[in-house]
Ligand binder design. Structure first.
Ligand SMILES: NC(=O)c1ccc[n+]([C@@H]2O[C@H](COP(=O)([O-])OP(=O)(O)OC[C@H]3O[C@@H](n4cnc5c(N)ncnc54)[C@H](OP(=O)(O)O)[C@@H]3O)[C@@H](O)[C@H]2O)c1
Length: 158
């Protein structure tokens, strides 16, 4: 079975507007996947979607979502309606540096929600979908730095 057959035809990429997520989106489009791109910066995901449509055969949808708070899963499910989702790249995330006690707690909660709560919610929602179709995958990015003791990284959870 080819990679596209096993994990395609549709993939979701969170944090697709920049960095690693953008690179994942480009690679998957090259491999023939159709894509749902998710991030906060609408202009960046729309621009990427347009470039991918021009430069590949991919069907691409972009959806502006804030994954650090509640209420993102319903619009995400709606965006997937009628699309045979086989691969989820749960990549949106960020790290905090600094003294733990001087870092605003709101920033820590936002990071925790994005890096931890959102991937759990996404996996919990989509694993039944993948099980039903009998193939597919979920890839969650994270950082080893958030899992061990590092100077200035006590507030980093991934
Ligand atoms: N780069 C590294 O060296 C490295 C190392 C270890 C781990 N990682 C992990 O790999 C992942 C990607 O890293 P990166 O370096 O590519 O990061 P990045 O360049 O900062 O990109 C992060 C992506 O997440 C999106 N994002 C951030 N906050 C969001 C929110 N609240 N809701 C929705 N989307 C949000 C951003 O888009 P918007 O701003 O448009 O929302 C952007 O597309 C992260 O989980 C990071 O922890 C990276």
């Amino acid at each position: 079975m080819t990679f596209l057959k096993r994990y395609g035809p549709w993939a979701i990429v969170t944090g697709a507007s920049y960095g690693i997520g953008k690179a994942f989106a480009s690679l998957l489009a090259e491999k023939g996947f159709n894509l749902i791109l998710i991030a906060r910066r609408t202009h960046l995901i729309e621009e990427l979607a347009s470039n991918l449509r021009t430069n590949s055969s991919a069907e691409v949808t972009s959806i502006t979502l804030y994954l650090s708070g509640p209420g993102f899963i319903e619009p995400m499910i709606q965006a997937c309606k009628g699309k045979d989702i086989g691969l989820i790249i749960s990549n949106a995330g960020f790290g905090l540096k600094g003294l733990f006690h001087e870092t605003p707690i709101e920033k820590m909660f936002a990071m925790f929600n994005l890096n931890c709560t959102a991937p759990v919610h996404i996996a919990h929602t989509f694993i039944p979908v993948l099980l039903k179709r009998g193939r597919g995958g979920i890839l969650i990015t994270g950082s080893f730095k958030g899992m061990m003791g590092f100077p200035w990284s006590a507030c980093y959870i991934t």
